[in-house]
Design a protein around this ligand. Sequence first.
Ligand SMILES: [Zn+2]
Length: 304
Amino acid sequence: MIFDSFKILLISYIVFLNLGVFADHWSYNNEKHWPGICQTGEAQSPIDLEESIAIPREFHFLSMHGYGQITSAILKNNGHSAQLTLQNISPPKMHGGGLPGTYQLDHLHFHWQSEHTVNGNRFPLELHLVHFEQKYRNLTEAVGHLHGVAVLGVLFNYAVDDDEDFQPLINILDKIKNDVGKTEQLDNINVKQLMPRDRGGFFRYYGSLTTPGCNEGIIWTVFTDTLPISRNQVESFLTMKTSGNAPLAKNFRSIQPLNGRPLYLRNSGPINPILGYRPSNSSSAQVVSAILLIVCYFFKLIVV
Ligand SMILES: [Zn+2]
């Protein structure tokens, strides 16, 4: 009898795990216990976007349509992040930029601090715009297919003043941050304002979801231009509550090994603010001009 009860308990536990119920109970404090491919995968995200190993690649321009529509959205505290889902519009779509198809926007969510680092530097905030290939019915179906999902990553840099475009979202965030599962409507949102103006420069690599089940085959695009955000605004994210009423002070996964995967970099041209450098041709042009100036100066001295 006791043995039978034990069997029932064991079977219930296995069913519970297989239903993925467990997947909702993971936490950023126990990454080592994230299940399956999160531990065994060899193409995981996030990674350090190391400029010195990035392969320059002239991808076509990333074409984005419908991101500037002004619409309403639902902001939700899902216990792991603040997640934003657009309402009442045909979904924004992107193609080009080396993507193998057309991808439609599913939702947006935030990580504080950034998940990706650039040359080892971590940023205060990272926005993920999660897309799925339009031939699939939804994100759940697409995530099971190679290159079925493409995520855009936007990194934020500290600025002295509050960013006005961002403030309406922060105001709504304050209303949901104390309760997991709580939602609030945000009016007049324009996703384009949550993306950098210069979308010509980006890192590209193939990785995974950064939360369990860590599915691989995800196309990552992280812009090299950033958006400003004040310390006050970031503070609102840091005080968001997770289950058990504990503050969700950190919701970024640790850096994963590259394991020989190629990391590509599309240069935007004039300047890449995230990298803080000018493209090599322009800096070599500057060096050549400087040498010429010095030569002319000495020549003038000798002649005079
Ligand atoms: Zn994310």
